[in-house]
Design a protein around this ligand. Sequence first.
Ligand code: HEC
Length: 129
Amino acid sequence: MTLDSANLIRYVTASFSCGEVRLKKSIAVLFCIAGLTVSIATYAAGDIDTGREKAFTCTGCHSSPGMRNAYPGYNVPKLGGQHAAYIIAALKGYKSKERSHPTMQAHASTMSEQDMADIAEYFASLGAE
Ligand code: HEC
């Protein structure tokens, strides 16, 4: 039996809505947890020091005092202390053009998953100070 995510969702929904035997529910939940663990494990691990170097161009905008770009003056979202997963999701959004912003799309378009992970880890670590 192949369990792709659509099937899994159908399976979980079915066993929950029909109120089938308890055992089935826990098997479905187990499959969910197993899937989650796999996706976490395959996530590229970020390195803070590498990220600091790679984030050099980013900090011109994202780490400026008051989080404003110096010139021309406009607001820039704060990245320091942001969750790594959030930053990665945002960068992937720009890269895939799901999120629109010309500057950020240009930055993200050249970034590998590893670059994103390193940079995200670096910015996330800034919040701990
Ligand atoms: C020229 C200024 C500038 C530079 C350089 C820059 N950014 Fe941005 N960044 C912005 C602006 C402005 C936004 C808000 C765009 C929007 O509204 O989606 C943004 C948004 C983001 C977001 C989404 C934040 C959120 O809370 O939604 C992330 C993540 C991000 N930038 C990461 C980076 C990284 C990593 C780099 C370096 C590779 C970088 N940026 C370089 C200006 C810049």
